[in-house]
Design a protein around this ligand. Sequence first.
Ligand SMILES: [Zn+2]
Length: 179
Amino acid sequence: MTRMTPLLERNEQFASTYTPMALGLPTAQVLIVTCLDHRVDPAIVLGLRLGDAPVIRNAGGRVTQAVIDDIAYLAFLAEQLFGEQVAADRLFEVAVVHHTRCGTGFLADPSFRHRAAEATGLAEAALEASAVADPHTTVKADVERLLTSSLLSPKVSVSGHVYDIVTGRVTTTVDARYP
Ligand SMILES: [Zn+2]
């Protein structure tokens, strides 16, 4: 018995009507970067279906070096496998989605951050950098960070959005643009 037992039962339901799909371009031609918060599951919030969009999630949905590395690899892979299927100058759009009332917002408070650093061994500066206190501000900063990264393919565009936990609505803060 594990806490996974009921979820494995749901998987059994899923598998009973499942049809496998070949590796292809994501149907929505969008890659989502968002918070790992269980209240902001992009499959539900954005109505994603299987095969629609790759999703990268971390605390806050921040554009870290690891996220940039993953996007660089995915752009390379898409280009190698499906370069002939897409317009010569574009592969996919990266949509960075931050949200209101994010759990990382607590890290904007210096004493909370200090305690978090002591308890986890993580650097205080890194914790401060991951905080999403105002999602409109952080999403702009992260779109900029990605657009100015030398690792970002010129065929990848980037946009920024904010999900409001209270209304369930996603609004666009930064329109999609290429590096
Ligand atoms: Zn969050």
